[in-house]
Design a protein around this ligand. Sequence first.
Ligand code: SF4
Ligand code: SF4
Length: 94
Amino acid sequence: MKFWRKPLDLDTQQVLRGDAHILRERCKGCGYCVEFCPEDVLKLDHAYNKKGYHPPVVVEGKECVMCKLCEMICPDFAIFITERVKVPAEVSHV
Ligand code: SF4
Ligand code: SF4
């Protein structure tokens, strides 16, 4: 995550991670979600959906921080975010 300065309590804060789910056939390719994502997680796909638009896809290697701005801004309810479930650390058996 990019900061213009390092917050003093960064080490004690946990940043949530999310997974973006795109309903490709609902999308009209307006690009709002791509434009306003603060982490540049999304880009428009080269492929078309059935309506002839380019829906967004997740950029490889980018991490969604669950701000849900894309979800709020999408005029067609074509994208939503779920929290990434953490796999608990393995418990060692004696
Ligand atoms: S929730 Fe925020 S960080 Fe994640 S894809 Fe949407 S706009 Fe980007
Ligand atoms: S904001 Fe919604 S309709 Fe616009 S490109 Fe993103 S997913 Fe598609």
